[in-house]
Design a protein. Structure first.
Length: 73
């Protein structure tokens, strides 16, 4: 199982979303913006970062499994 392309897509999406959020939050300054940031944006961004770390760990694990299971005569 290869994780590179999917991880890259998720990372790129997070990077794009962060840039768009920064642009939006610069011009959206009210209590709803603060609520959205605290309740939606920050947890979502953290979850995506957690998923990226998990994908990295799984990638290493699967590489080790693949290496351990290879037939070497």
């Amino acid at each position: 199982m290869k994780f590179g392309a999917s991880r890259s897509q998720l990372y790129d999406a997070q990077k794009t979303a962060r840039a768009r959020w920064e642009t939006t939050s610069d011009s959206w300054n009210d209590s709803t913006q603060v609520e959205f940031e605290e309740q939606i944006w920050i947890p979502l961004d953290q979850q995506v970062s957690n998923v990226l770390r998990a994908v990295d760990s799984l990638s290493v694990l699967f590489a080790q499994v693949r290496q351990d299971c290879e037939f070497n005569p």
